[in-house]
Design a protein around this ligand. Structure first.
Ligand SMILES: [Zn+2]
Length: 292
């Protein structure tokens, strides 16, 4: 299993399709409803006490304006071997820096899962122009390039780790070590689970739950010393049948890509858009406005 996946990684372009699913944009009917009207202490980074929060009913959650969430993979310069599709998943270094600068110049404040959870369930205030940045698949450049870029802007992010790749070197991509993941966590970022080896969540049966959910959770909790409460679906693909399995294991939110949210379990089908390697900061800015 392990090796077949790493072989897949070295196949390069195939992996870049990894977090992809057919991009559909949910028509956000709630675009104009409340949300950002309130700003407060959340913007100063005061920790949110989420332990007392009761999960709101689905309708309440669905009625709140969605917080934009961006999904990134590799941040590095394109190589001649990168395929056309792959480049959607590879944001070049200067472009990434420019994208982040655009966010900062536009007044966006990054938020983390605790704040999102409190907001969606209780309507707790968020900073003005909230946004969440997420990075999938454990790529090393998320530590070497993304981390210092975000640090300069005072931004924090969520890193969804696929545990099979921790500390591995691939032909085209290297991956973060345990120590680097721990450092990201210690520095106030959030580590979430992205399964063991990126197997399609919709196909889990039998031992898959243990392999893809339980073991990775245990490993990430050992590395970070923190409880795993966030999950990102491989390829963004999910099904309603699997959601109880996530709940049973203590996850409180799960992130897909940009398909419609589940009517019953919006917290387990939170939408993200892939920030494409082809996008200029301006295109990204427009996509954020149009997609959430
Ligand atoms: Zn992924």
């Amino acid at each position: 299993m392990k090796y077949s996946f790493l072989t897949l990684i070295t196949a390069g372009a195939i992996l870049f399709a990894s977090c992809q699913s057919k991009s559909q944009t949910e028509n956000s009917a709630n675009k104009d409803s409340a949300a950002q009207s309130t700003k407060t202490e959340a913007s100063t980074g005061t920790p949110v006490d989420v332990s007392k929060i009761k999960v709101a009913d689905a309708k309440t959650i669905l009625a709140r304006k969605q917080v934009p969430i961006l999904c990134y993979h590799q941040v590095r310069n394109w190589k001649p071997t990168d395929g056309k599709v792959g480049k959607d998943y590879i944001v070049e270094i200067q472009n990434f820096k420019d994208q982040m600068k655009m966010l900062a110049d536009s007044g966006y404040h990054t938020i983390l899962p605790d704040q999102l959870y409190a907001y969606l369930n209780t309507g707790a205030a968020l900073p003005s122009k909230p946004i969440m940045l997420t990075f999938d698949d454990t790529d090393l450049d998320q530590f070497t390039i993304v981390r210092p870029t975000l640090d300069k802007l005072g931004y924090k992010a969520v890193y969804f780790i696929m545990t099979v790749s921790i500390g591995k070197k691939g032909k085209f991509v290297d991956y973060m070590s345990k120590e680097q993941i721990k450092q990201l966590s210690d520095e106030g970022n959030v580590i979430g689970s992205h399964t063991y080896d990126h197997k399609n969540f919709k196909k889990y049966a039998g031992k898959d739950w243990e392999e893809q959910l339980d073991k990775p959770t245990k490993k990430l909790e050992e590395i970070t010393g923190k409880k795993m409460t966030e999950f990102a679906y491989p390829f963004g693909l999910w099904n309603a049948e699997g959601i109880p399995e996530l709940k049973k294991r203590g996850f409180r939110m799960a992130f897909q890509l940009s398909t419609k949210r589940d009517e019953k379990d919006p917290l387990f089908t939170i939408r993200r858009i892939i920030a494409s390697g082809y996008w200029s900061p301006k295109t990204l800015s427009n996509s954020i406005k149009n997609s959430f």
